[in-house]
Write a protein that binds this ligand. Structure first.
Ligand code: PGA
Length: 248
């Protein structure tokens, strides 16, 4: 039985004080018994939020990382820097980074492997554009992303540490959600790809989230689908809606 994992991706929102006030407000009402809850604030707020959630079951996530240990990489952050302040998860390959920062599957793969070296769980995002869906190419596109982004990752780590987030680009921040059936169909497809890359046992263990306009009104239906093991929540993770989604 896969435990659900619901992560809030705050993107470039909330300065430190606002971030602290919000987490303070939700931290005691959020259900962390049955669901793994991850909060991914902006880098500037990570350290303070880390202290604030210490002693709760809420896990800290980062939104990005650079896959080198140290050195002349102006503006970047290493896996060890994240690990040192208590980061347990890190989003990689989000479509916004693929789109605005030209990140490729190969780069995403490097980041995922580097995170696993320090025991941070990568949340690896994949998903098709509207054009790719309308031309019925979405299964091939997502299969290629999954294969390349996860290439060479050890089987045990794949089963127990990696989280995959299926986020159709046309559903992110648009208010347009994939139907629960469409989301489940793709999550099942991803699981089949993992089964082909590894084996059925690994495929049954890996957790696959859906992301794209998840809100309290659709969370229950989405999270009750057979192959959807959680949600990556953007806009709705900035308000009390996040509590409602986690308590779906
Ligand atoms: P959204 O974003 O929930 O605002 O659609 C999801 C995401 O980008 O992770």
């Amino acid at each position: 039985m896969r435990k659900k994992i619901i992560a809030g991706n705050w993107k470039m929102n909330y300065c430190v004080n606002r971030a602290e006030a919000f987490v303070d407000e939700i931290k005691d009402t959020i259900n962390t018994d049955e669901v793994d809850v991850v909060i991914c604030p902006n880098f500037m707020a990570l350290d303070r939020i880390s202290d604030l959630i210490d002693g709760t079951n809420i896990k800290l996530g980062a939104q990005n990382v650079y896959p080198e240990d140290k050195g002349a990489y102006t503006g970047e952050t290493s896996v060890k820097m994240l690990s040192a302040i208590g980061v347990k998860y890190c989003i990689v390959g989000h479509s916004e980074r693929r789109q605005y920062f030209n990140e490729t599957d190969e780069f995403v793969n490097k980041k995922a492997k580097k995170l696993l070296e320090v025991d941070i769980c990568p949340i690896v995002c994949v998903g098709e554009t509207l054009e790719e869906r309308e031309s019925n190419n979405m299964f091939n596109v997502v299969e290629k992303q999954v294969r390349n982004s996860l290439d060479g990752i050890d089987k045990e780590l794949m089963a127990n540490k990696v989280v995959i987030a299926y986020e159709p680009i046309w559903a992110i921040g648009t208010g347009k959600t994939a139907t629960a059936e469409q989301a489940n169909e793709m999550c099942k497809h991803i699981r089949d790809v993992i089964s082909k890359m590894y084996d059925e046992d690994t495929a049954q263990k890996v957790r696959i989230q859906y992301g794209g306009s998840v809100k309290p009104s659709n969370a229950n239906e989405i999270l009750n689908m057979s192959d959807i093991d959680g949600a990556l929540v953007g806009g709705a993770s900035l308000t009390n809606d996040f509590v409602a989604i986690v308590n779906y």
